[in-house]
Design a protein around this ligand. Structure first.
Ligand SMILES: Nc1ncnc2c1ncn2[C@@H]1O[C@H](COP(=O)(O)OP(=O)(O)OP(=O)(O)O)[C@@H](O)[C@H]1O
Ligand SMILES: [Mg+2]
Length: 371
């Protein structure tokens, strides 16, 4: 693999007794779009601020283009950052706001160079018509685009975005999300995007780094994070509804190794868990559904609630043993509250976790390869 554009090696940052970032290892390739995802206080902004040079690590190495930048000042790193509050200069027009970074003392550009740069950046962001307006004459989304344009105008080697959409309403967020994605595809700048919105991270990223309490939990492409979370924290944090978890136990009966929960028995061909361990079975709402023609049911339950979710219906079902699951089914399925329902668990979508540590366990259900 090519050398990474950005790399963190054993990077830690403390604020007094608070360990904000704990021994981070992370590689980001040239042109990649990487999201840093995690709950509030998990170390996302700390990671970004360290890379931008706004704060310094207590230990470890940060490299950009293979050069250690630990002690370089922000303006020597060729990085541009858009903050959560994307303050524009209120007394300057859009054009002047965009031009501002090019007028900085050490990189003074000529007026014609500035015009060329603005003409290069403005169309992609839909700003041509707005160049003469002042920030107060713009909508939130337009202001946001100016802030993005201002960050991009210097052709930064790395673009850092810290929750850039958090001030916008839902529709505008979705629109801006598309704009950012399109912009990235066109310009191809290495982009690191901080968000605590898992759907944003899933929709935008080449890879997602999931953080919890200053520790990187998992780093991988969206489908891997979604389908194969390394622990119950990631499984629960990522996905519109989190994952269903069922308490279960492993045992060996005459028919072989099996996973058991009340009303449910699933044959296993292998697992790394000890044969008596308490385990947690994880399955997303789309991996548990009513049987299709002729399929045998794995478990029965009672429909407690039905929620319409676009083209789908979410059934909240209490299983035989009293555990509750959410199942995604076709909105046309004729089923009512209070009715019994048969359910199939899709083997390829089942995950096993160690109940005590939350760590994912390798396993294979009968009829599939180990995952
Ligand atoms: N300047 C600071 N002084 C003291 N503690 C800080 C400082 N900045 C961050 N922290 C602490 O470090 C931890 C990580 O903070 P960070 O800002 O990186 O979180 P975050 O993931 O960006 O959260 P959010 O989603 O709320 O922005 C938190 O516990 C936070 O309170
Ligand atoms: Mg933050």
């Amino acid at each position: 693999m090519a050398k990474p554009k950005v790399s963190f090696r054993g990077v830690s940052k403390r604020y007094g007794a608070q360990l904000a970032l704990d021994d981070l290892d992370l590689d980001i390739q040239t042109g990649e779009f990487v999201s840093l995802l995690g709950p509030s206080g998990s170390g996302k902004s700390t990671t970004l601020n360290l890379l931008a040079g706004l704060i310094h690590p207590d230990g470890g190495e940060i490299r950009i283009d293979d050069r250690i930048v630990n002690t370089l000042t922000p303006d020597r790193r060729n990085i541009a950052m858009v903050f959560q509050s994307y303050a524009l200069y209120p007394h300057m027009t859009v054009r002047e706001n965009l031009a501002f970074p090019l007028r900085a003392r050490h990189r003074r550009r000529s007026e014609s160079e500035i015009t060329v740069a603005i003409e290069r950046v403005a169309p992609g962001l839909g700003l041509q018509e707005l160049l003469h307006r002042y920030p107060k004459e713009l909508s939130g989304g337009q202001q946001q685009r100016v802030a993005l344009g201002r960050a991009m105008i210097r052709d930064p080697s790395v673009l850092l975005l810290d929750e850039p959409l958090s001030n916008l309403d839902v529709r505008l967020r979705i629109q801006m999300r598309r704009d950012i994605k399109a912009l990235h595809e066109r310009v191809g700048a290495t982009t690191i995007y901080v968000t605590h919105d898992q759907s944003e991270a899933l929709g935008l990223s080449d890879r997602i780094a999931v953080f919890r309490s200053g520790k990187l939990q998992q780093y991988g492409p969206p489908d891997e994070i979604y389908e194969r979370p390394v622990n119950t924290f990631v499984a629960n944090f990522v996905g519109e509804r989190g994952m269903n978890f069922l308490d279960a136990s492993l045992g060996r009966d005459p028919a072989g190794l099996a996973l058991a929960a009340p009303g449910l028995r699933l044959a296993l061909s292998s697992t790394e868990a000890g044969s008596t361990a308490a385990v947690t079975l994880g399955v997303r709402a789309e991996g548990i559904r009513p049987p299709r023609d002729g399929e045998a049911a794995d478990v029965w339950g009672q429909v407690e609630q039905i929620e319409l979710a676009g083209p789908d219906k979410i059934l909240i079902v209490t299983l035989a043993g009293g555990q509750e699951v959410q199942c995604r089914t076709d909105a046309m399925l004729p089923i009512r509250r209070g009715e019994p329902v048969a359910l199939v668990l899709e083997r390829a979508r089942l995950r096993l976790f160690d109940t005590e540590t939350g760590r994912a366990l390798a396993c294979a259900f009968a009829g599939e390869a180990e995952k």
